[in-house]
Design a protein around this ligand. Structure first.
Ligand SMILES: [Zn+2]
Length: 401
């Protein structure tokens, strides 16, 4: 089925990487959360060494680091090893389609995305529909590896110095937990974790994750009159009271949301995972206040609910605005290879949001894929090749800047 000869080398590389199942395991505490991530990390280390990269390192927590020596400026390129736990992770059976437009029919599903109409005449890589493809984010890893091989084959003075980091468990929000930003040593970086052709993202949600616990009072239902406090029912009332206009399924573009991600419990105690997202700090604070007010109105006995912050991230916009060169050079690199930048805010976060907290601007670049976290995930091979060319141009622009 796979016509390997016709695929760009970067996409052949990609197909090698997706054979390793690196699905993140949210229940595991260790890093990486799944053995496949370490397996892929080891493969990348071997390949980086073979192509002559410097300072190649695999940390005990599964972070791959390497340097492509160059002139002057040092920039970082990042991608993540894991795949989403939200759909089956493997084994991936990749298929290559000569795309003629319309739906792509797979053995176990179908793909319909209007963006693909721009890929008519290209090769589209998919799974057989029973698993993720793994383009998120192995398309990014493959693009960085391919760019590394090309840069290492030419004189170092042609380009800036590049620091590479492949991180585990980004999908669990732990991507940069074990990345030492001091030793990474960059002033600007890029994640290669974006979607279709030209995507350039430099703004993302402010995010706050909340753990809510509602305490009830259990008693035999037959003698519960006036005495039972059912935490399950109160949790249900809370969910139903969230404004219908501020949910993930009813918002898009620049509107934020409140989302109940999970509910676990019984009459005595019910826990809810609630996530709040907004593009402004004020919007985030308002939504947090709303959650508190709703809970206070529904769970009336004093002390009968607890609310705890459980992580989140900041909008990277401020760090990018403070050092606009990172964004300007990304735009120029795309224009140099004939790709029109498509700039839009990310309705989520990337590892770049964490780097931005440390003052390192870290825009997100396209990989050429789409419909991530689903069994309908795809990668356009010719867009993937352009992603590599953008990375190579970017290192030249940084050298001259
Ligand atoms: Zn990703």
């Amino acid at each position: 089925m796979i016509e390997m000869k016709k695929l760009p080398r970067v996409s052949q590389r990609f197909i090698r990487y997706i054979k390793i199942n690196t699905q993140a395991n949210p229940l595991a505490q260790e890093s990486p959360s799944s053995p496949g991530q370490m397996q892929l990390a080891e493969l990348l280390v071997r390949e980086l060494e073979a192509m002559g990269a410097a300072e190649v390192e695999l940390t005990p927590h599964g972070v791959v680091l390497a340097t492509i020596p160059g002139a002057s400026q040092t920039i970082g390129l990042l991608a993540h090893l894991d795949t989403s736990p939200q759909a089956p992770g493997g084994p991936v059976n990749p298929m290559v389609h000569e795309y003629r437009g319309g739906e792509i029919v797979l053995p176990y599903g179908r793909i319909a995305n209007p963006i693909l109409e721009k890929a008519v005449g290209c090769q589209v890589i998919t799974s057989d529909g029973s698993t993720l493809l793994g383009a998120d984010n192995k398309a990014g890893i493959a693009a960085i590896m391919e760019a590394a091989e090309r840069l290492l084959a030419e004189p170092a003075e042609n380009h800036a110095t590049v620091r590479i980091a492949f991180t585990p468990d980004e999908e669990l929000g732990r991507g940069t937990d074990h990345l030492d930003l001091n030793s990474f040593g960059v002033k600007a970086a890029y994640t290669v974790d974006g979607g279709s052709l030209g995507e350039l993202e430099w703004e993302n949600f402010y995010a706050q994750n909340l753990k809510v616990a509602i305490e009830g009072r259990s008693i035999h239902p037959g003698s519960a009159y006036g005495r039972m406090v059912n935490a399950v029912r109160l949790a249900g009332v809370f969910c139903a009271s969230l404004p219908a206009t501020a949910l993930p399924e009813t918002t898009r573009e620049r509107a934020g949301f409140i989302h109940v991600d999970a509910v676990r419990g019984d009459v005595e105690r019910t826990e809810l995972d609630v996530i709040i997202r907004d593009f402004t700090r004020e919007g985030l604070a308002e939504k947090r206040k709303l959650v508190e007010n709703l809970l206070a109105g529904i769970v009336t006995a004093p002390g009968s609910f607890h609310l705890q912050e459980a992580g989140g991230y900041l909008n990277m916009k401020a760090a990018v605005a403070a050092q606009p060169k990172a964004l300007e050079l990304a735009r120029q690199a795309m224009e140099r290879v004939g790709v029109e930048p498509v700039e839009k805010p990310i309705r989520g976060g990337t590892d770049g949001a964490k780097l931005a907290e440390a003052g390192i601007p870290c825009p997100n670049l396209f990989t050429g894929g789409g419909d991530f976290h689903s069994r309908a995930e795809w990668l356009v091979a010719q867009w993937h090749e352009l992603a590599v060319e953008v990375l190579v141009e970017l290192t030249r622009l940084w050298k001259d800047s």
